[in-house]
Write a protein that binds this ligand. Structure first.
Ligand code: LLP
Length: 430
């Protein structure tokens, strides 16, 4: 291990990842060393990168009554949750499983918001018992069921209605959520009636309003538009005698995967707070639910080159990570940069490869048409792999899930052991 050289330039889209003396480092730890010790595929996260991403939001919201609820679906490993809980974050959860994970990591229940279109009665009961801060309710039917569950539990459920502002986030259709045709939220023009309904249910307590228009958003305009639409509603709802204590603007800020240039979190919030102030809502409590932008660029996935397979039409670089480990390319044709651990270390010729995994599907690719000078046994790093990779991984092809390591300065610790094959059939009967 070497100490970090201040002069080494971080790779694009990967703060705290840089080549030093020819070796790719995360903070002060050589990735080749981690691959040797822990094997591959291996996820490696930088603590400093996560805290720096959080600090941008904290700077942007400084001086305001604000709560950052990390959308833990992006990466729900306990150590990452604990790191963010210790730094003051609350959590945005979408299932009973996420609730238990957040609590196990030391979350403060009152700082948890519970989102999602399909909460079960059992999940509602457990969340009420735990004392979550707010249910982000997505339909009138859910309001009724939550009220019944709250009555049976002898408590009043704190609610916010997720409104669908019908704003185009201009992102991939699978991760766009704020348009009329999406399953999320209550339509803007039905929201006032839904608030009246909620306020009339004795076992609910209206506390806020929320929206979330999509993910990997790379412009400010959709946020500003959604904010205007939400503030219009707050005015109408309060005029109807229903006070709105907090406004939750969701998550969605994008990261740099491939030269993307989203606004920095503090810059975005300067713009949004400007609008909030101008419209007279400057002293209102603000909640936000960022996921990807806190962890996405803080992680890499290390994978070994198993075989090179030259071909007439395509040449393949077959690696030991696959769509079960890194599902984003297969699901969304997403781009992740892929770089070797040794800077110009290989004597091999540069060849254009499709980087593919061992899973038996043509959709199992990690990168297409990548120019790489690699040979069998080399290790590659897939960048921007901190969000929606491990948390969406599966055991397809009976592949145990990868291990995870958290780097802090010059030290590194395993935060999730590699799964064993026996783990995979626990609970099954032949
Ligand atoms: N709040 C709610 C209600 C959400 O549905 C989401 C993400 C977030 C917050 C956090 O959004 P973020 O800040 O991470 O963009 N698997 C996809 C992303 C799915 C996002 C789903 N909802 C991907 O890999 O691109």
């Amino acid at each position: 291990m070497t100490s970090p050289a201040a002069s080494a330039a971080p790779l694009p889209g990967a703060p705290f990842v840089c080549y030093q003396n020819g070796r790719l480092m995360v903070e002060g730890v050589a990735l080749s060393e981690l691959a040797r010790q822990h094997g591959t595929p291996l996820f490696v996260y930088s603590k400093a990168a996560i805290l720096a991403a959080l600090a941008a939001y904290q700077r942007g919201l400084a001086g305001r009554e604000a709560l950052i609820c990390y959308a833990m679906k992006a990466n729900s490993s306990l150590a990452i949750l604990k790191l963010l809980a210790d730094a003051g974050c609350g959590f945005d959860i979408v299932s009973g499983g996420e609730l238990e994970r957040a609590l196990a990591a030391g979350a403060t229940p009152s700082k948890i918001v519970f989102s999602g279109v399909g909460k079960t009665r059992a999940e509602m009961r457990r969340a009420l018992e735990a004392g979550v801060g707010c249910f982000n309710v997505e339909s009138r039917a859910e309001l009724d069921v939550l009220s019944e569950v709250a009555a049976a539990s002898g408590v009043r459920a704190p609610v916010s209605i997720r409104v669908n502002p019908n704003v185009d986030a201009r992102t991939h259709p699978y991760i766009s959520t704020g348009l009329k045709g999406n399953k999320f939220g209550i339509a803007h023009d039905e929201a006032l009636a839904a608030y009246r309904h909620a306020a009339g249910l004795p076992d609910l307590r209206v506390v806020g309003i929320d929206c979330h228009i999509g993910s990997q958003i790379t412009e400010s305009a959709p946020y500003l538009e959604a904010m205007d639409r939400v503030l219009d509603l707050v005015t109408q709802i309060e005029a109807a005698g229903i006070p709105i204590h907090h406004i939750d603007f969701g998550g969605g800020l994008g990261i740099d995967y491939n030269g993307d240039t989203p606004p920095a979190a503090d810059v975005l919030w300067q713009q949004l707070l400007g609008k909030l102030d101008a419209r007279g809502f400057g002293s209102r409590k603000i909640l936000i639910e960022p996921g990807r932008s806190l962890v996405g660029n803080a992680g890499v996935c290390l994978t070994e080159v198993l075989f090179l397979k030259p071909g007439e039409q395509k040449s393949f670089c077959i690696v030991d990570a696959a769509m079960n480990d890194l599902p984003r390319p297969a699901l969304y044709e997403a781009f992740h940069r892929i770089v070797p651990l040794a800077e110009a270390g290989s004597t091999a010729d540069a060849v254009t490869y499709d980087v593919v995994g061992p899973v038996c599907e043509s959709g199992d690719w990690l990168g297409r048409d990548r120019v790489l000078a690699v040979q069998q046994g080399d290790v590659l790093a897939v960048l921007s792999a901190g969000a929606y990779c491990m948390s969406m991984s599966s055991n397809y092809n009976t592949r145990p899930r990868a291990a995870e390591v958290l780097v802090d300065g010059v030290s590194a610790r395993v935060i999730r052991q590699r799964e064993s094959v026996q783990d995979l059939w626990r609970g099954e009967s032949p």
